[in-house]
Design a protein around this ligand. Sequence first.
Ligand SMILES: Nc1ncnc2c1ncn2[C@@H]1O[C@H](COP(=O)(O)OP(=O)(O)OP(=O)(O)O)[C@@H](O)[C@H]1O
Ligand SMILES: [Mg+2]
Length: 265
Amino acid sequence: MAKLSVRNLSKSYPNGDSGETEALDNITFDVEEGELLSILGPSGCGKTTLLKIIAGLLEPDEGEVLIDGKVVEPGHNRVGYIFQQESLFPWRTVRQNVEFGLEVSGMPVEERKKRTDEILKIVGMEGLDDHFPHEVSGGQARKTEMARSLILSPDILVADEALSNLDAQTRNHLQEEFLRIQEITGSTILFVSHNVDETVFLSNRILMLSNIPAKVIAEYKLDLPRPRTRTSQACLAYRSQILDVLRVEQEKAMSLTRQKQSASI
Ligand SMILES: Nc1ncnc2c1ncn2[C@@H]1O[C@H](COP(=O)(O)OP(=O)(O)OP(=O)(O)O)[C@@H](O)[C@H]1O
Ligand SMILES: [Mg+2]
């Protein structure tokens, strides 16, 4: 368990002849030990960019990432990452995918097997360990990815749209599984999503990002007991409050696009 701090992160990408795409604009926030913080933001606003910087996979132009108050440099491996696209190795079984990180670290076979058994059990994949990724459902594949990240006992877990592309029923089930697994592991989690209902169900806190370049525009602390009922008055009240802010942001983005289009005519 650890605390994550993000300080004044900014990032632009080169954009052909037309200069730069500014993706992140001075992003600052903390995720407390054991907290599940969700980030909600419009498509293309910079969420994956933010997670990659936090995980040390990408360098920011400005700002820094701290774990337990100490600055971490790009290339650090203290963050477990559940990727936006499915990223299991198709030629390895569920077990071989999950133990991949331990294999790379050189852990002896017996110890590795014991740890893999434990994690497979936690995520509920123990009976499917000899299946290949194409032989499991979309939900089971996501659980395998979760196990592959958790096996390294990361200080922080970041999940990029971890439960997208699943049918509603599987998604709801996996949200509950996600909370159950967090309760067992005590992980500090940063969870990116497009889905307002999902973030209200899961989070201790939600940060909302603006359209690109991403800035933090709102924060919601969800003082709701668990287990939560998705249709409770309290959940629905947060949902409607958040959707109102998102609608305003969407309208701003559309009006900006119209201005740009008319300027280029
Ligand atoms: N390697 C890159 N080179 C140039 N531009 C990039 C690169 N990666 C991302 N971008 C641009 O930066 C912006 C933010 O991208 P990012 O993937 O972080 O958004 P996102 O919020 O994760 O989007 P989505 O919700 O669709 O997953 C987008 O405009 C994207 O086109
Ligand atoms: Mg993304």
